[in-house]
Design a protein around this ligand. Sequence first.
Ligand code: UD1
Ligand code: UDP
Length: 379
Amino acid sequence: MQAMNSSQTRKVLLVAGTRPEVIKMAALYQQLGEPDAKLDSRLCITAQHRDMIRPLMSLFGMVSDYDLDIMSPNQTLNSIVAKVSQRFDEVLADYKPDWVLVQGDTTTAMSAAIASFNRGSKIGHVEAGLRTPDIFNPFPEEMNRRVIDTISSAMFAPTTRSEAELLREGYDSDRVLVTGNTVVDALHIASEIPFTFDDPELARISDSDEFMVLVTAHRRESFDGGINRICEAIQTIARRWGSGINFVLPVHPNPNVKETVHSMLGSEPNVYLSTPIDYLPFINLMKRADLILTDSGGVQEEASTFGAPILVMREVTERMESIDAGLAKLVGTDTELIVDESCKAIEGGRKKAGLGDIANPYGDGKAAERILEFISSHD
Ligand code: UD1
Ligand code: UDP
């Protein structure tokens, strides 16, 4: 990033650690690196995810100034907290940022926010005000996001619904700004990049006329049975519809997900289990998909652009906007409900709203611009 510090220039430190944080920080990073940027900035990667962020950093041209290199296999939440707190403290001591921008609700974001608070840096929370009524669900994200908002000096709410939540909780309206979600900014950046499928199986599925279902599942609160029930549902649907339908399921590398998914679905001929798919092919699969089954927050937001019905496989969601707009349905991890709702969509055939017909309820692609304007004009 640029090094144009003068005594008056505000210093901003971006923090990211997992796949969705890198995607949702990309537009901010790129705008902070523009020659006329008014802020001095650095990027700190915790590497809570090591493998999954590598291709993203390269796609978005992101280079870290600090890399905490914390990931270990099957890591515990407290090991992430401990490593981030200790190693990020050294970054704060070195750079002495005025503002630290954290994104979302991961353990990286929460730990970096607490460390920043303790060092007296102001925190800007990108994607603030998302809430469910249950502190344990999603776990641990609901706690993380509430803690981050409590200690933030600026809360960048993606939608008016998240803004209303923050105001209802009593936060000062001067500290809350509705910006849109930076996930839509990233989609706009990606739509400019030329693309073809390198993976021959994805190319084959994408080119075929068959009904395609894209699936992602990774939530910690689903480890105790939810992932099994999701896999049972996919197995039932895949067998019922046979070769006329293709499932694509990029398997999250978390061992709690990977082992179950491979053992339950590994021998279904019409279920393609792949390693995590790079962002560009993944968003092109969302464009191509006739039905999307997901427990991912980011996928729920992005898929709203592409017109396929979305079934959200979680008990509660903090992203009600697409549900209220009729773009998504909340089905939990109940096998029967997932099967029934999927079969309804499959019976409806391959018809979906055309691209561009739908206004994404989560943002308009200008969130990063609004966030940086706010930071530039607030001490
Ligand atoms: C984390 C976030 C979750 C977010 C998700 C996005 C927390 C508590 N959880 O969950 O909010 O929705 O990322 O995907 O912050 N692994 C690899 N390579 C990688 C990434 C992960 O091997 O690039 C494996 C490792 O064994 C790692 C494990 O997955 O220990 C779990 O990673 P972790 O970040 O702790 O949890 P996620 O389930 O990915
Ligand atoms: N994604 C991706 N490849 C995949 C699955 C997801 O690039 O195989 C992207 C997706 O486009 C979205 C983000 O990863 O932007 C969502 O991340 P994830 O589901 O890991 O986390 P969540 O959004 O649930 O926190």
